[in-house]
Ligand binder design. Structure first.
Ligand code: NAD
Length: 357
């Protein structure tokens, strides 16, 4: 499959700032809520609609203080075509940014049908509604669609997708559908594939948030395998800035990798977390590895850089800043930590592993 050019110096620019309304699906989650916060600050008069089914990962409190006449919450699933149609028509939606997804690899190993339902059928539903109404869809995807990337390669947007977890497979399937709609129906679409994000309000199931909150509670940090998996930890603000740029200037049908291009092992990430919290050493406990755990992700980001994007944070800076946020915001995470749902997940995921280590 050939892809169109990835920068559009001579093509008419998309003008998301002038759309009557922007629809952000999954806007109550970690990255979506930060994107909405930033978009609202830059476009105070433009209505934004958040459509979110409020799973365990979706919290309207993430946008506390912002709900009002220009920021609406619609509680519905992206798999519900009638709901998506109604919302698009009611608000005059000009474009969709799709963050809505089941997002945790370990949850997809425990049970993955919901991943296919939301990530594949949900994205497909958005594509259908967007096609009917001639509106733009930006799909928020992940570097995990490339699978394990042996050094020294950096994944290119044209590389084959070889996902190795049910989560990554469902995201790859969604990417294929998005690009197929562009080829077949001429749908206006863009895709970003980002590295591991860290920052405020990430759910506690994710590695950095788990390590920071465990460390603050005096609990061990369960590190999978030897902890030498290589990741490109990027700050959520850098990711959101890239999405904003691609939404405006990325050619339709274009895919854009987003990451710092730098690598950090999970073991080093755990050390940085404890350093940020002022603890003497990292109370790491090596536990049995995640099945099919990818050793390395690494992205070539020339395309998004050609649009003018550059990260503000190195992985080290991103990790230190995110860890400090958990120290300063216990009121945000303690209720999640105390919830039955999280306790059940933690028990299922880590009790036997920690007991055996
Ligand atoms: N977190 C990362 O490191 C990372 C990296 C690259 C890409 N991504 C992608 O970014 C997007 C957002 O990730 P996140 O970490 O913010 O996730 P998250 O789990 O924090 O939030 C997901 C949001 O989607 C909502 N949602 C789930 N199913 C839904 C459905 N059927 N209909 C409507 N809403 C639904 C949830 O309620 C929640 O608000 C995802 O598509 C993910 O694949 C994440």
């Amino acid at each position: 499959m050939s892809f169109p050019p990835t920068t559009t110096p001579h093509a008419p620019a998309r003008q998301p700032d002038t759309w009557p309304a922007l629809l952000v699906t999954g806007g109550c989650g970690f990255i979506g809520s930060r994107f909405v916060e930033r978009w609202r600050a830059a476009h105070p008069a433009q209505p934004v609609v958040v459509l979110d089914s409020l799973t365990y990962a979706g919290r309207p409190e993430n946008l506390a203080g912002l709900w009002g006449p220009a920021l609406h919450l619609e509680v519905a699933s992206i798999t519900d075509a009638d709901a998506v149609r109604r919302v698009c028509d009611q608000y005059g939606v000009g474009g969709i940014v799709n963050f809505a997804a089941q997002t945790h690899v370990d949850q997809s190993i425990l049970g993955s049908l919901e991943f296919t339902h939301t990530n594949v059928l949900g994205t497909h539903t958005l594509l259908e509604v967007a096609r009917e109404r001639g509106i733009h869809l930006h799909q928020v995807s992940t570097d995990e669609v490339y699978g394990d990337v042996p050094a020294p390669h950096h994944s290119l947007e044209t590389d084959p997708l070889t996902p190795r977890s049910p989560y990554a497979a469902s995201k790859a399937a969604a990417d294929h559908l998005v690009l197929a709609y562009h080829q077949t129906h001429g749908s206006s679409v863009t895709v970003t594939r980002a590295a591991n994000n860290v920052g405020p309000r990430q759910h506690l199931e994710k590695a950095l948030a788990l390590f920071a909150t465990n460390a603050l509670l005096g609990l061990p940090l369960p590190l999978y395998g030897d902890g030498l998996q290589q990741r490109d930890y990027m700050h959520v603000d850098d990711h959101c800035a890239a999405i904003e740029l691609v939404l405006r200037g990325g050619a339709s049908g274009g895919v854009f990798n987003v990451g710092t291009g730098l690598e950090l092992s999970n073991r080093r990430m755990a050390q940085l977390v404890t350093q940020a919290l002022g603890l003497p050493d990292a109370p790491v406990r090596h536990v049995s590895d995640r099945p099919g755990h990818d050793r390395r992700y690494s992205l070539n980001t020339d395309r998004v850089q050609a649009l003018g994007w550059a990260p503000d944070f190195t992985p080290e800076q991103a990790v230190l800043s995110a860890a400090r946020w958990y120290a300063a915001n216990r009121a945000w995470w303690e209720p999640i930590r105390r919830s039955e749902a999280f306790a059940a997940y933690y028990e299922r995921q880590y009790a036997a592993r920690l007991g055996a280590s």
